[in-house]
Ligand binder design. Sequence first.
Ligand SMILES: NC(=O)c1ccc[n+]([C@@H]2O[C@H](COP(=O)([O-])OP(=O)(O)OC[C@H]3O[C@@H](n4cnc5c(N)ncnc54)[C@H](O)[C@@H]3O)[C@@H](O)[C@H]2O)c1
Ligand SMILES: O=C(O)C(=O)C[C@@H](O)[C@H](O)[C@H](O)COP(=O)(O)O
Ligand SMILES: [Zn+2]
Length: 370
Amino acid sequence: MSETLELSFEDAARNYPIFFAEDLSTQIRQAVAALCAEGRRAVVFTDENFLNAQGAFLDASFGPKGESGGVSRLVFAAGEGTKSVAELARAWDFLGAQRVDRGGVIFAVGGGVVGDLAGFAAASWQRGIAFYQVPTTLLAMVDSSVGGKTGINIAAGKNLVGAFHQPRAVFVSTGLLQTLPPREFAAGMAEVIKYGLLGDLGLFEQLEAEALRVGSAGLGPVIRRCCEIKAGIVRADERETAKEGGRALLNLGHTFGHAVEQVAGYGAYLHGEAVAIGLVAAGDLSRRLGFIDAQACERISAVLAAHDLPLRLREPLSAEALIDAMRRDKKVRAGLPRFVVLRALGEAITKDGISEELARACFAGIGAGE
Ligand SMILES: NC(=O)c1ccc[n+]([C@@H]2O[C@H](COP(=O)([O-])OP(=O)(O)OC[C@H]3O[C@@H](n4cnc5c(N)ncnc54)[C@H](O)[C@@H]3O)[C@@H](O)[C@H]2O)c1
Ligand SMILES: O=C(O)C(=O)C[C@@H](O)[C@H](O)[C@H](O)COP(=O)(O)O
Ligand SMILES: [Zn+2]
């Protein structure tokens, strides 16, 4: 049986459903059939690791490759390196070769990498075509498939090129997590812990009481709860324009984390691992500002560690390079970085005017070098 959550906007025509079930391949197949019946060309973007682990799900949802009427697939190399200008260009060439017109649709079947790239390809192809999110990692189920942030990385920084482009629906098949490698599951848990910290103390305490694993009975409801929190925030501030708080709160731990990802080289740390280290730094910053105490910081570290996440850098990275990367964050206004900090566990706020010295101290706390 599937459950549904609706992400609603002021313009109801843009609303979309998020479906949750163990296996939604039948519903996806029906959606594809309905699109084809309207004469619309559907294509699938996925990556090689997902194809190898879950080829049967792809066949059940989209028809076996090569089958007449089957949906054409573009398969990317797995990993953060795929969120690149070169792979985006490959996606555009594929859409051209497949004669995808303005009525065409892309199904993004994979983790956040495929979702972000496919979403941006959809946003840019012929000035915008429809796309569907089929998240297959925990991180994509709780975060990246919802809310319409799409994009790629460039040398100057993470996600610096992209667009807000909402999907038409999100299909969350939780059974797919059975084949997800443990390190990738842990990376997704970093974003789950982020949701508890930024807006749901009860969720944070639940994660403190018992670490979630793939088979945990509580996992399905937690995935849904994260989508609920994200949907509420996105509905209120879709394009992250609020003067205070708003969608920027979803960036808790990311100002530090994105700097780590970029300076270490994309892929050296998984996004979720960098976010985990960033959450430690954001907790430390909140303590230095007098909002939370050392005991609260220890609780953050303990929950992250219980979910097999790193708390500091494996090897020192240049503090200069990290500060420089941080200055290129999209939340910078008039040259000054804006941080997301914790006023308390379960309550985040945005904070301007953080000095470079303070940010430097927090980077030192997670093991940055000179
Ligand atoms: N747009 C957003 O709002 C948003 C939010 C959070 C993160 N992100 C982005 O998401 C990306 C990270 O996404 P991710 O953590 O999903 O990584 P990912 O997309 O690289 O997927 C992780 C790995 O798991 C494999 N995989 C996927 N599903 C699988 C399955 N069911 N079984 C076995 N293997 C499977 C993939 O092939 C890949 O090797 C980053 O680029 C980050 O910036 C975007
Ligand atoms: O959806 C959002 O908004 C988020 O900030 C979610 C983050 O987890 C995600 O990593 C996002 O891609 C970061 O966006 P960015 O605008 O800081 O690049
Ligand atoms: Zn993130």
